[in-house]
Structures are given as C-alpha cells and as structure tokens.
Design a protein around this ligand. Sequence first.
Ligand code: BTN
Length: 356
Amino acid sequence: MEKPCSSLFFLGKALYNREVILDEEGERMRTRVLKLLQQANRAYISDGMIADRLGIPRKAVWKHIGELREMGYRIERAARNGYVLRETADLLLPEAIASGLDTEIVGKHIVHCEVLVSTNPEAKRLAEEGAADGTVVVAEEQTGGHGRRDRLFFSPHGKGIWCSYILRPTFLPREAPKCTLMAAVAISRAMEAFGIAAEIKWPNDILHEGKKVVGILTEMRADMDRIRYVVIGTGISINIGEEEFPEPLRGVATSLSIICGEPVSRIAFFQTVLHEMDEIYCLVEREGFASVLSEWRRYSVTLGQEVRVIDVRGDTAFEGRAADIDEDGALLVDTAEGRRRVDAGEVSIRPRACAR
Ligand code: BTN
C-alpha cells in the first residue's frame, strides 16, 4: 500500500507520513531549525538562540524539534546547553535535501514518499495536476519499479535514489530523448565528483567497469508541436550490498557502496545530482544542447562499438558500428547497407562487450 507523501513548498498543505499536517510556512521554518542545528556542527545551541535567530517563540522551536525527531533525526537536549544534532536521518526528506541546495529550477519542489509502486506514475499524476517545472518525486522504496519494456527495476528500501523529475522543456517533442541524455550526463558528473568513473551505455544505462549502477526511464506527454511535460525516472543503486541483489542481477549490476568499499551518503549524492541536473537543464534551455552532447560522447561506452540493435519485440533488427549520436539524441549506426538512425524510444542497443 502506498503511504502518503511529504512535500516541501509544494501542495500548500503537506501530509507527512506520521499524519502530521503542516502548512508551507511550518515546513519552511522546520527546515531553518534543521539548518541551524546542522550549522552548529555538533555543538549545542539553545532553544532561545534558535528562537531569536528565526524570530519565532521558543514553543514553536520545541514543536519543530519534535517533528524533526519524529522524522528520524536524533536531536539530544542537555538542560543547560540546549540541543545538538547527533545523527541525521538517512532519509531523502525534502528538508535534508533542500538544506544547502541552491538550484534555479530542478529540486525547488521535492515530494518525498516512503513507498510507491513507482515514482514515474506519481510524477505523471502531479504533472497533470500542474506541478512546477523541476519538481522531483522521490521514494525510499518502489514495489513495482520498472525500466524499459516493463522490466522490473530492483528498488529496495533506503538503498538507492529512486526518483522522477518533472520537466517542462521548451524544445520539440521529437527532441525529448535529450532528457535521458541530460540526466545521464548529470549523474555521470555526480559519480565523477565522488571519484567513480561513469560509462554511459546508450540510451539509458550508466555503468561502472561494465556493471550497471543507474537506469533511466523517460516518459512524455506532448501535443504535436509542444511538450506538456517529460518525466525522467532515474534509479541509482547507492548502498546495495553484493549479496542483496537478486540472482539475475548478480554480476551484472553494482552499487556505489560496492564500488567505493564503504557506504555513500544518499543525501550528499542526491544533492550533487540535483545541482548538476539543474545546471545542465538551464544551460540546454538557454544555449542549446551542443555542449551536453559533447560531454555525453566523452562518457559513452557505446560509440565506436559493434552493436546489435534490438527491436521492440526483443529480436535483433540489424548490426553495425555505433558511430555517433545526433542533435536529437538518436544513435547513428554504420551498417553494411549504410548509416542508420536509431531512435531511443523504439529500440535498445546491446554493445557486444557488455551485454545486459
Ligand atoms: C531501465 O533500467 O530500463 C530503466 C530503469 C529506470 C528506473 C527508475 S527508478 C525511478 C523511476 N521509477 C521507475 O519505476 N522507474 C524509474
């Protein structure tokens, strides 16, 4: 069963999963209380000081601290000293993500859910209701996470970043595959920032040393000449142990913690991805796609490879050498009969070297 979602700056009224109803102002203030506790850097800070700094009564400070504790933050109180933040909840709560994030569009509105079947349909529902450009839906767990051709996508509780971005780009519907490439470059940049080499396998996977770490599923609603919205679902395996992957994924999938040899902060990684997504999206809207395209080529493990193009039924359609991608994100394959253009929405590619 799906549990209710918590949203920051979003639906006017937000319903947190412990049935606490907060108004927008309350959520903002709670975020500011959290920020002060974080800035204190494990030193105590008194309720009086928090109240003065935020211009609210001490009673309100106690209320917000109570709410933060309910969400999983371990905040201790010492009679004379006040409060100290001991442990940050490892939940992708809007408050935690927003704290220290300075984006223009992407992640300005974050909707957090404990459990969803999949974040993509929830994002589509919110987009239909008019959710703002850049709204992000994130779930701790997906019970029916899926990829292309309805393949199940393993999304266990608290172990990854299972999220969907709602974008309302101004480019044409036929250019929508650019969104997948934008997300792939943003996540690859974030991996690099964490010291992890990223390999983009066209169109929608990111690998490390041939093993899949990230899957991307882009969906769209459009008129003939205008995108209404694009939903980019991205699944990033963060802290999944080798033995936790179900059998068919063992040996072909991996996670950031396996690669790094230690747990990776989901919050820090998510903030980095949001920052990169925002930068790339704003750049593409302002200046076009060229620079992102060349960056994509740099991360690509598909280009230059002998590939098999698989049709929608899963049959081999043709084989050739992946030569390039074009401005719209389509793959250009050199075959014995000449160059063929492969659209992201219709086929998938299996480089022979790292088939999955
Ligand atoms: C693939 O591997 O083919 C794409 C996988 C996409 C997974 C993400 S996780 C968030 C969003 N919700 C889903 O059900 N799918 C995408």
